[in-house]
Design a protein around this ligand. Sequence first.
Ligand code: SF4
Length: 242
Amino acid sequence: MDFEPNRYSVIEEKNPREIVMLRGKGCAWRRCRFCDYHLDSSPDEAANFALNREQLLKITGIHHKLEVINSGSFVDLDEPTIALIEQVCQSHGILEVHFECHWCHREEIPAFRARFAKKGMTLKIKIGVETFDSLFRESYLDKGIDTDNPEEIAAYFDEVCLLQGIPGQTVESMDRDIQTGLAYFERVCINIMQENRKPIKPDPEVIAAFTRELYPKYESNKRIDILMENTAFGVGGVVEHA
Ligand code: SF4
């Protein structure tokens, strides 16, 4: 696949951290009807590790925090990559590491937290819930989260991603999702939908309403990241991630 995104960046605003976009074997779910980010994957573990190593060696520890993203979940990364993340974080004084995880791998999170805790690091695990309206989410987005209870999700996860700017959403529904995210999770990341090759398209009117009414309301909230474009963190490219 011809996809050569920038894979390392430093986020200076809100929760300053380094961020790396690594490659794994790919999302196990792969069904979300708005996402083609899972195309950033390869079954070739050695090639993935070589690519990941190049990025991980750029880490300096400048903010003592690292965010790792990859298409899917931390479980989709190869073991040498995970071991190198541990090693790099230890040698650069990084005490907090953020990873992503799909709901279907939630039972693997406690052991993963314990592994890093043994080395003195705290993990923050982020889940893409997209919306807490579970009927809309599962019948339209096919997200694969079989609970409508945010408290149950928050029992496993620290941070939440929301997808906004899609048909059917309103200012009220988006605001409700943001408020629920803030009530149950440490941080909320709002991804504004961008067109890709999948069936769900951005709704310009919904995006305009978000920009007019919700962006100013939450722009300065330190617990909220707003990605008006999917490259706003300085990593990524043509594929959509949420
Ligand atoms: S949004 Fe996440 S869980 Fe859904 S298909 Fe894409 S990578 Fe997989």
